[in-house]
Ligand binder design. Structure first.
Ligand SMILES: *[C@@H]1O[C@H](CO)[C@@H](O)[C@H](O)[C@H]1NC(C)=O
Ligand SMILES: *[C@@H]1O[C@H](CO)[C@@H](O)[C@H](O)[C@H]1NC(C)=O
Ligand SMILES: *[C@@H]1O[C@H](CO)[C@@H](O)[C@H](O)[C@H]1NC(C)=O
Ligand SMILES: *[C@@H]1O[C@H](CO)[C@@H](O)[C@H](O)[C@H]1NC(C)=O
Ligand SMILES: *[C@@H]1O[C@H](CO)[C@@H](O)[C@H](O)[C@H]1NC(C)=O
Ligand SMILES: *[C@@H]1O[C@H](CO)[C@@H](O)[C@H](O)[C@H]1NC(C)=O
Ligand SMILES: *[C@@H]1O[C@H](CO)[C@@H](O)[C@H](O)[C@H]1NC(C)=O
Length: 332
């Protein structure tokens, strides 16, 4: 009788201890959810702009920096003017069709840009954790690891406009004493959410294309004007880390060494320089460096740089074969 009584008491005590452990555990884990900062990859939206004429370029992205694993593309969005019947579109998790026309250039560019901003604002309504939006073109290599590492070191509660200038002079506004500069969209640009909120009144679909045309400015120039001149926030220009197709070979790939390749965030490709078809090879090279196979990487890089110098004909008299010519499109 006595034995049964103590057994019951012991069972009750064990039961109570288990319940308190369970509660403690849930309190600790929910607290973790609140207090631990989200990973940078979950706080950053990556946008890639393509055009329906150039969708074949997307193959090179999938063969290099862009994972074809849709589970890894949660925060990556492709924006295109028209979704065409292109077999590899199913390799993208998120595709936005802008329906921007391809008629007048500046208007059209700024139409696309306004959709990029709108997409970010839409996403922040569902996800309060977003801190960054980085946008890239379809002829770029993006080292996502380097990008995330870089962004994670920056205080995203401040307004940040990060990219690369492609001109040396600052631009003037008639009758004003202040000047401004801009980050070339072709090198990739990152904006912190705080800056994006400040930009919001200036960049919607209705007014942005009209104002770009009024200022005779392409999208990147006009965005520089808004941020540097109107909002008085300075561009953080990082010429070592961001690169566009505008750079001449002698001051870009020809002069990059292995360390430089390893550390940069973006590279630009173009039909008359390092072609887009080199993108997967550059990616393999960067993977070799990442795996610590420095000697193999150096050999491959020396081979590529010599090959390019020994074949100057590759750089002349060529057309961009990664995009359909406009008049072909109009006939369709
Ligand atoms: C799209 O293209 C594929 C081949 O690439 C073809 O089999 C399919 O019929 C096309 N679909 C439409 C709707 O044109
Ligand atoms: C784009 O235009 C086409 C045809 O006018 C329409 O079917 C489609 O829904 C539009 N897409 C968007 C995102 O507005
Ligand atoms: C943003 O959301 C609005 C309202 O749902 C929608 O009409 C618009 O197409 C969205 N824009 C983008 C770029 O996703
Ligand atoms: C422009 O500003 C600078 C200093 O900020 C001043 O020295 C200069 O006189 C100004 N020029 C004009 C035309 O206002
Ligand atoms: C676009 O922005 C302008 C100026 O901030 C505003 O007057 C207009 O109502 C906005 N349009 C839309 C569709 O939000
Ligand atoms: C712009 O910002 C700087 C400091 O970042 C400040 O000194 C300057 O007065 C501001 N100019 C205007 C026109 O607001
Ligand atoms: C470019 O190549 C084409 C043949 O592919 C030739 O007809 C044309 O004359 C060349 N143009 C120049 C500027 O070399």
């Amino acid at each position: 009788m006595y034995y049964r009584y103590t057994l019951r008491r012991r069972l009750i005590i064990i039961f109570l201890i288990l319940i308190s452990i369970f509660f403690l555990f849930t309190i600790i884990t929910t607290k973790e959810n609140y207090s631990f900062p989200l990973k940078i990859i979950d706080r950053t939206i990556i946008l890639i702009r393509t055009s329906s004429r150039c969708q074949s370029r997307l193959d090179y992205l999938h063969q290099s920096w862009l994972s074809s694993n849709l589970a890894k593309q949660s925060n990556i969005y492709l924006l295109t003017d028209k979704i065409r019947n292109y077999s590899n579109l199913n390799l993208f998790k998120n595709i936005i069709e802008t329906n921007c026309t391809e008629t007048h250039n500046i208007f059209d560019l700024c139409c696309k840009t306004s959709h990029e901003f709108e997409l970010f604002y839409n996403l922040t309504e569902r996800n309060l954790n977003l801190d960054w939006m980085c946008r890239f073109d379809d002829d770029q290599y993006v080292n996502l690891n380097n990008l995330y590492k870089f962004l994670s070191q920056i205080d995203s509660s401040k307004p940040y406009y990060i990219g690369r200038t492609s001109i040396n002079k600052r631009l003037k506004i008639p009758k004003h004493n202040r000047t401004y500069t801009f980050a070339t969209y072709g090198a990739g640009v990152c904006f912190s959410r705080v800056l994006l909120e400040k930009l919001r009144p200036y960049v919607n679909k209705t007014i942005l294309p009209i104002n770009c045309v009024k200022h005779h400015s392409p999208d990147d120039v006009y965005i520089g004007y808004l941020i540097e001149f109107i909002l008085n926030i300075s561009l953080t220009s990082l010429k070592e880390l961001f690169h566009s197709h505008l750079e001449k070979l002698d001051i870009s790939f020809r002069s990059f060494n292995i360390d430089y390749l390893q550390n940069a965030i973006t590279f630009g490709f173009a039909w008359d320089r390092y072609k887009l078809s080199w993108l997967p090879i550059i990616h393999q090279l960067i993977e070799l460096i990442r795996k610590g196979e420095i000697n193999s990487a150096k050999l491959l890089w020396a081979f590529l740089q010599n090959y390019e110098k020994e074949h100057p004909e590759n750089l002349k008299n060529q057309s961009d074969q990664s995009c359909l010519v406009r008049h072909i499109k109009q006939k369709q």
